[in-house]
Design a protein around this ligand. Structure first.
Ligand SMILES: [Zn+2]
Length: 348
C-alpha cells in the first residue's frame, strides 16, 4: 500500500504534469470509487475547472481546482494516477478519467478498486475540510501530524506515544497518531531505532524516543528522495521508485541483517506482516512490552521457516516475496478455487 513517500511522489509528479491544465470533462467508469458526491454531480462539478496545483496530506493526494474546490484521491492498496494521451487504450482497471485541455487524460487506475476519489470544497485556509455534500464526514479529519514537517519533533512524538498504551508497531500505523506512516516504513524505522515492534510505546526512554524520531524522519526523507518503494502496483506518474532496493528489513526475512548479520525474521502483529532483526531489536521484558499473546517468531529463540519468493509483493501469492511455504500453498489453493488464474494485478 502506498505510504507517505509514495503518495508524496505521486503528488509531486502530478504537480509537474498537470498544474495549469483545465479539466474539459470527466468519465466515471466505476461509481463506487467516488466517495463523494454522487457520480453525476462529480462529473458536472469538476468539468471546466483549472488545476491550480497538487499537494499531499497524510495518504491523500489533493488536486487543488479553481473555485475553492479540491479533488482528493486515496490510492489505498493498488490505486495509480497516470497521465496519458486520451487516445491511449483504456484498460479495464481504469475507474475514472479526466480529459485535460491539452489532449491528455489523468486516469485513476485501480486493480483492486479500494481507492477513493472525492470532490470537496476547501475552506479559506485551503484545507479541504467540508464536503460538497454537507452530510459527509470530512475525509481529512482525525489525522495526526505530518512527520516531515518541522513541527514534528521528538518532544511531540514522545507526547503522542505517552498517550497510547499499545504496541509500538500498532501505534506507528495509527493515522491518528502520525499521518502517512504504513507497514514498510514503520518496520524500517523500528529497525533503525533498534526498537522491537511489541515494545510498549508509552514506556520508551527519552533516548529511545529520540532514536525513533530520527529514524522515522530519516527513512521517510530517504524514501521521498528515492521516489518511494515500487512494491505491488505502486508506480508514480513519472515512473517507479527505487527505495525497495534499500530496505533493511521489510520483506528481507531469511536474509542477513545489514548491521549485524543475524537472520531477519517475519511475524504477524495485528494482522500485519512485521520484520525485525532479533539481535538489533531485542524483545523487551516485563512492563516495557505491551500485553497480548506473543506472535510466533517474535522472540529471538523462535525458529523462522520463512523463505523469500520471487517478487516484491505485500499480498500472499504463490510467488510472493516473504510469504511462508504454508501461506504460498494456501494462496495456490485459493487461486485454483477461484478459477486457476493468478490473482489479479501481479506484474510479471
Ligand atoms: Zn541486526
Amino acid at each position: 500500500m502506498p505510504e507517505l513517500p509514495e503518495v508524496e511522489t505521486v503528488a509531486r509528479d502530478l504537480a509537474r504534469l498537470v498544474a495549469g491544465q483545465r479539466v474539459v470533462s470527466a468519465r466515471v467508469l466505476r461509481e463506487r470509487n467516488i466517495a463523494t458526491p454522487d457520480a453525476p454531480t462529480f462529473i458536472s462539478a469538476i468539468a471546466g475547472r483549472a488545476i491550480r496545483g497538487v499537494r499531499r496530506r497524510a495518504k491523500w493526494i489533493i488536486v487543488d481546482l479553481e473555485g475553492g474546490v479540491a479533488l482528493l484521491v486515496h490510492l489505498r492498496m493498488t490505486g495509480q494516477l497516470l497521465v496519458l494521451p486520451a487516445s491511449a487504450p483504456l484498460d479495464p482497471y481504469v475507474r475514472a478519467a479526466l480529459l485535460l485541455d491539452d489532449g491528455r487524460e489523468l486516469r485513476f487506475r485501480d486493480v483492486r478498486a479500494f481507492g477513493r476519489l472525492a470532490l470537496v470544497a476547501c475552506g479559506d485556509d485551503g484545507i479541504p475540510a467540508s464536503s460538497l455534500d454537507p452530510s459527509d464526514v470530512p475525509l481529512l479529519a482525525d489525522h495526526g501530524p505530518e512527520p516531515l514537517e518541522p513541527s514534528f519533533t521528538a518532544d511531540l512524538l514522545g507526547a503522542l506515544l505517552a498517550r497510547r498504551p499499545g504496541r509500538l508497531k500498532g501505534t506507528l500505523l495509527d493515522q491518528r497518531c502520525i499521518a502517512g506512516l504504513g507497514n514498510i516504513y514503520a518496520d524500517e524505522a523500528l529497525w533503525r531505532a533498534h526498537l522491537h515492534p511489541l515494545a510498549a510505546g508509552a514506556t520508551l526512554r527519552r533516548d529511545e524516543v529520540e532514536r525513533l524520531h530520527a529514524a522515522i524522519v530519516g527513512v521517510l526523507s530517504e524514501a521521498v528522495e528515492a521516489r518511494g518503494s515500487s512494491i505491488d502496483d505502486y508506480t508514480g506518474p513519472d515512473g517507479d521508485g527505487t527505495m525497495q532496493e534499500r530496505l533493511a528489513v521489510y520483506q528481507r526475512q531469511g536474509e542477513p541483517c545489514l548491521a549485524c548479520g543475524a537472520t531477519i525474521r517475519r511475524f504477524v502483529v495485528g494482522g500485519r506482516a512485521t520484520h525485525i532483526c532479533p539481535t538489533c531489536q531485542p524483545l523487551p521484558r516485563g512492563g516495557r512490552r505491551a500485553g497480548g499473546e506473543l506472535p510466533r517468531g517474535a522472540a529471538s529463540g523462535d525458529r523462522s521457516d520463512t523463505r523469500r519468493g520471487g517478487r516484491w509483493s505485500e499480498r500472499v501469492h504463490p510467488a510472493t516475496v516473504g510469504a511462508t511455504v504454508a501461506e504460498r500453498a494456501a494462496a495456490r489453493r485459493r487461486a485454483v478455487r477461484s478459477g486457476g488464474a493468478d490473482p489479479v494485478g501481479v506484474r510479471r
